[in-house]
Every structure is written in C-alpha cells, then in structure tokens.
Design a protein around this ligand. Structure first.
Ligand SMILES: [Fe+2]
Ligand SMILES: [Fe+2]
Ligand SMILES: [Fe+2]
Ligand SMILES: [Fe+2]
Length: 408
C-alpha cells in the first residue's frame, strides 16, 4: 500500500461505486454502466475530460445513499422535486466527491447531472450550454440505463427511439447523436446491457484513460477510505460517525495490545469499511424497533459477507478482508457469518468486535437506549469469554476512558 499506484485509485473508486449499487440480493450496476457509457461518449465529444467524466459516472448518485431504496427505484421526476434527499443528491454527491484528490472536476459535473437542456432539471434549473458537457454526458448515460432497464425487450432500436424523444428536453440533439454514435459501435450495446460483461468493460475503460495528473500516495488513499466511511455511515442517521469511531477505538486497543504499526494500519482501514455491506440491507430492517423476524435477521447477517465481497475487488486490501469481514464472530463460536470459535477469528477482527459493540452500546440505536461508558464496559466484562475475547475486552476496559466513549 506504500507504493504510489493509480490502479489502487481506480479499484477503490470502483468498489465505492459497487457498494452504492448493492440492493439486497442483487447488484444493480447502475453506476458502472453510467460510467462506462459516459466514457464511451467522452471519446467522441470530450476526449480530454474522459477520465473525470468516467469517475463522475461511477460516483454520480453517491449523494443519494441515505434513501431507503436505491435511487433508480424513484421513477417520477415529480418525486425528485418533492423528496429532499433526491433533490439534494447532486449537491451532496458533489461535496463528497470534491474531497477525493484528483476529482474536483468530476464533482462539478455531478452537481449538474440532473440539470436539463430545457431548464426544467434540478437543483439550479440552469439550461443549454450553462450545463457542462460532462454533466450532459452523465444525464444521457443515466437516462440510457434507466430506460434500458425498464424495457422488457432490450433492443437498441427501442432504446434509441425512447432516448430520441427526450432530445431537446433533457439533453441536446447533438448529445443524443453522440450517444447514438457511441452505442452503435459494433457489439457495444450487447456488451453493456449484460451485467456479466461489465467488469471486462470497466477494465477496458481504465486502460484507455489519460494518465492521472497525480500519483496516489498513502495520504490520498487515506482520504478516499475516509470518504468510504462517510458514505457508509450516511446510509442511516443513527450510524453517523460509527465507522470512524470503530476505527479509532480499534487503533487504541491494538496499540495497547502491542501490535505493530503495519497491523494497526490494517485495523484502521478495516474499521473504516467494516460495515460497507450494510448499504445493501434495506433501511426498514436496520431502523426496526421491534424484534427482527428470522428472515430479517438472516439478511442482516449477510452484511459482513457483502463487505468482504466489496473489499475483494481492491487487490491492495486483501489483508484487511478477514479483519473487516469477521467483526460479528463471537469468541464462543456463536457469531456470524462463519461461527468461528476463539482464536480462529483473526485478532484484528476480535478487536473490531469489541470496538464495534462498544460504539453500538454507547450510540442511540432504534432497538436500544444509550449506555454510559461505564455501563458499556460492564457489558464487555460480563461477556468476556463468551461474546468477546477476554484479553481484548480487558485491554479495551483499561485503555478506553469513559469520556472518549461518551457521545458527542
Ligand atoms: Fe442522480
Ligand atoms: Fe443515476
Ligand atoms: Fe456490522
Ligand atoms: Fe459496525
């Protein structure tokens, strides 16, 4: 991870975008498809901005993370105007993406991706050439995916007819022609409409991008992983700051237990992303006050599996997969997803289990009241040897003072 690596940048953004598109048991691939389509159109009308346009496509709907369902399920434009999360998602997404080194231009495009050629879009109702070319490319690529997935018979002629009807309203006629040219290249439509081809298409796009103006060092990676945590925690109001706090507590415990710098760093990254898979769990389950049904709990239990799936797409983070993925294992073997017993669960994950529970106990959750730091520590002691590794639990009680655990 020390090496500067633009492949790492791509893989991390790709994972972030994949996480956004997890919808219960299904991967929607909306963002990947919009990214790929946008890059293809950029080849024709904005080759100099292809890189920024591609990344804007991958992240364009990131500001909609707090919606109970994936944004593609909100079909009507009137709904977009009425629902504050949707109405604000271009601005919110832009302010998130702005933080990522090298993506300031992409952020500006995202801000305008729902503006329409005729001035009837949102949030600022700008029109025509006031909308940047990148944003217009996002607009038509977004509409392409939405229209295409709404069709039973996915034939290019039909998609093209539907998109043509929107030319002059949502986007310019010129933009429609650029899209038509891009999508008509031999075999491209057949490739992009099939989910199975998207990984390959993404790899192809990345090879054709102009070099990044910067190299990604550890600082830049730190920023992106922070953004990752921010997006995960934005899914639910009550999880605000959770991932970062779990990382902070884990670092303190790991250092107190004498782990070396490299191990501590891995634990930190794992803390940031341990709940990435939660994005796929429907809000009504996570927000439920009453006892969960068996099916609902089965779904919750899948979130570490999804986390591991997302992380497995970042080759440089393979070491942190077992730390992040096993944070719900228990010392007595009654946890999930694998029911690992005792030290079969890696130490990093046993530390994370304690940090995660500590933060859950001391934060407001729909199903429980907040515990004080003292009470949370009592629970740690009570469940040492059953839920928690007793050594980790003891270390945590020693080093985490109650004012740190008190909420903020
Ligand atoms: Fe959008
Ligand atoms: Fe979209
Ligand atoms: Fe979790
Ligand atoms: Fe968690």
């Amino acid at each position: 991870m020390e090496k500067e690596h633009s492949g790492l940048f791509f893989e991390t953004i790709r994972a972030l975008s994949l996480m956004m598109d997890l919808d219960e048991n299904e991967k929607l691939y909306h963002s990947w498809r919009v990214g790929i389509m946008s890059a293809k159109i950029a080849d024709i009308i904005a080759p100099d901005e292809k890189r920024e346009i591609f990344y804007a496509g991958l992240l364009h709907d990131i500001g909609g993370i707090a919606l109970p369902d994936h944004i593609i399920h909100y079909h009507k434009i009137e709904e977009h105007f009425k629902n504050p999360i949707i109405f604000n998602h271009p601005e919110k997404g832009s302010s998130i993406v702005e933080q990522i080194p090298g993506l300031v231009k992409s952020a500006a495009m995202i801000k305008q991706h729902h503006e329409m050629w005729n001035g009837e879009g949102y949030p600022n109702r700008i029109k025509g050439s006031e909308i940047s070319t990148g944003a217009q490319i996002l607009r038509i690529s977004d509409t392409f995916d939405l229209v295409n997935r709404s069709l039973k018979n996915q034939i290019l002629k039909e998609v093209s007819l539907r998109l043509k009807k929107k030319a002059g309203k949502e986007y310019s006629h010129e933009m429609f022609e650029a899209w038509r040219k891009a999508v008509s290249e031999e075999g491209f439509y057949e490739l992009i409409k099939d989910n199975d081809n998207l990984t390959q298409l993404m790899d192809y796009v990345i090879k054709t991008l102009p070099e990044m103006g910067m190299k990604m060092g550890l600082d830049a990676f730190d920023t992106i992983i922070n953004v990752f945590a921010e997006v995960i925690d934005a899914k639910h109001t009550y999880t605000a700051g959770h991932s970062k706090r779990v990382a902070d507590y884990s670092i303190i415990i790991a250092e107190a237990m004498g782990l070396n710098k490299k191990q501590v760093q891995k634990i930190k990254y794992a803390g940031y992303v341990h709940d990435a898979g939660k994005v796929a769990i429907p809000s009504y389950i996570l927000d439920k006050k009453a006892k969960l049904t068996e099916e609902e709990f089965d779904l919750i239990k899948k979130h570490p599996i999804y986390t591991m799936e997302i992380l497995s797409t970042i080759s440089h983070l393979s070491d942190i997969i077992p730390i992040a993925g096993y944070h719900h294992e228990r010392y007595d073997g009654l946890g999930y997803p694998n029911g690992y017993f005792g030290k079969r669960t890696p130490l990093g994950a046993r530390i994370m289990a304690v940090a995660d529970s500590l933060d859950a106990m001391t934060s407001p959750r729909p199903y429980q009241g907040i515990k004080t730091g003292d009470d949370a520590k009592k629970e740690l002691k009570k469940y040492a040897g059953t839920q928690f590794d007793p050594i980790v639990s003891e270390a945590a009680c020693d080093v985490l003072n109650c004012s740190l655990l008190a909420k903020k």
